[in-house]
Design a protein around this ligand. Structure first.
Ligand SMILES: Cc1ncc(COP(=O)(O)O)c(C=O)c1O
Length: 453
């Protein structure tokens, strides 16, 4: 050992070696986890279909698709084989100035599902970076056109777009963002059409109309300085699985067009069939100017983000002026293994009855959610496609509701992974879940409402 002794090390601060710590382990700091409050970690050894198999011999049903990423089940052999085959050929190469077959194939594969107005694809690493790319493209678009004053951003109440600084800025205030006020830039915030939480005495129609009018008056007044509006189409996920009417999305599209504001659709959660169509925008018949994709894009195997945009957007960057270049790129941009996984996942959509599975899940959600009206503790049960949610009445409604840890623990003890968003319990399973398994998840939720509430 050559490290300094305790005396000698005084004064060298961080240069101190790890002598004296032999045997101490480097501990993993888990995401969204406070080790003082949630000390017990579950060690997963393998995963297959909807099941997580733990080291201590338990089976846990993954009813949240491991943070909404898994589509075709854990351990899908087709995706696993595609990654292995690609790894033997080429793992990763720089994408600046180079391209490769898996990336080109993915562009073609996605094009088949996207509105034809969306013509260009920019790779990044995850949902948050796909959002950062969209916001930066939106701002630089107007700068390149000689209108740098058009640089402000509009976002929705209850929105969530990720944890990096820009994505946090456009996300609504929440316990997740509270310590970072100084790091978040200012955005215009408009109400989302969260009809269940509309003011007392207003009808749903009146509140929807109010929300549209608020956006309309903001854009009428300030569009000279606004570059883009970002929203999660039809479903605000982490904000509480809030489903809002397609009329709002269509009105937002129309208002953005009228006021020359770019519409960014954050389909990070809603993409790849979650809402019943490939993309939530398809359900509303809306084409955004920019669309962010991630999570399910690789079927839940590898991280990848993608921002797609229209030709009009990209054209503003095609210029003799080097200052018009989009100087943005992450090291692993367009990773060949992630592209291979994404291509295999899209092939599964082509070859297998994925939309029948999706329709089957949606039907069971509908049947089971209708039963929750009987529970006094239930405020609203709502659904969009493969996502079912139950908002419970709570004095302390919100992510930090005391209901959350109690319910989470109860579900785990029964063998189901569900992570309530505070007082909102939701079910968002991989598409391969069987009818029997999904019914069982709902049986467990009913039992929880009867016993722990
Ligand atoms: C709608 C939405 N956008 C963006 C993100 C951020 O994605 P990531 O966690 O991959 O950075 C999320 C994550 O939950 C999300 O739900």
């Amino acid at each position: 050992m050559t490290g300094l002794g305790a005396e000698e090390s005084r004064g060298v601060g961080l240069l101190r070696s790890n002598d004296g710590h032999l045997g101490a382990s480097l501990k993993i700091w888990h995401p969204f986890t406070n080790s003082a409050l949630e000390p017990d970690l579950i060690f997963v050894e393998r995963a297959e279909g909807v099941w997580l198999h733990t080291r201590d011999g338990r089976k846990i049903l993954d009813a949240v698709s491991s943070w909404w990423v898994n589509l075709h089940g854990h351990g899908n052999w087709r995706i696993a084989a595609a990654i292995a085959e690609q790894a033997r050929k080429m793992e990763h190469v720089i994408l600046a100035g180079f391209t490769h077959e898996p990336a080109e194939k993915l562009a073609k594969g996605l094009q088949r599902w996207l509105a034809r107005e969306l013509t260009h694809l920019f790779f990044s690493d995850d949902g948050s970076t796909a959002i950062e790319v969209a916001l930066k493209l939106g701002v630089q678009y107007f700068s390149n056109l000689g209108r740098p004053e058009k640089r402000e951003i509009v976002a929705l109440e209850h929105g969530y777009h990720g944890d990096t600084a820009g994505a946090m800025s456009v996300s609504d205030d929440s316990p997740f963002t509270a310590p970072f006020r100084s790091m978040r830039y200012v955005v215009h915030r408009v109400p989302s059409a969260y009809l269940y939480r509309r003011p007392a005495g207003t009808t749903k129609e009146e509140y929807l109309d109010f929300c549209v009018k608020r956006l309309e008056s903001l854009l009428e007044e300030k569009s000279a300085s606004i570059a883009c509006l970002i929203l999660e189409p039809l479903l605000q996920g982490a904000g509480g699985m809030i489903v809002y009417p397609a009329e709002y999305l269509r009105a937002a599209r129309e208002l953005c067009t009228r006021h020359d504001v770019l519409l960014i659709a954050d389909e990070v959660l809603t993409g790849f069939g979650r809402t019943g169509k490939m993309f939530a925008c398809d359900l509303a018949g809306v084409v955004p100017d920019l669309m962010c994709l991630s999570k399910g894009i690789t079927g839940g195997f590898l991280p990848m983000g993608v921002t797609v945009c229209t030709d009009r957007v990209e054209q503003a960057f095609r210029s003799e002026n080097p200052m018009h270049t989009f100087y943005h790129g992450h090291s692993y941009t367009g990773n060949a293994l992630a592209c291979a996984a994404a291509n295999a996942s899209l092939q599964i959509f082509e070859d297998e009855a994925v939309f029948d599975r999706i329709a089957g899940i949606a039907k069971i959600h509908g049947e089971r959610l209708s039963r929750f009206a009987e529970y006094a503790v239930v405020g609203e049960a709502r659904q969009i496609g493969t996502i079912g949610a139950i908002e419970l009445k709570a004095e302390d409604a919100g992510y930090l509701s005391a209901m959350r840890p109690k319910l989470y623990q109860f579900f785990l003890e029964r063998g189901v992974l569900l992570r309530p968003l505070g007082n909102v319990v939701y079910v968002l399973p991989p598409y391969v879940i069987s009818a029997e398994e999904l019914h069982w998840v709902y049986d467990v939720i009913e039992e929880a409402l009867e016993t722990v509430m």
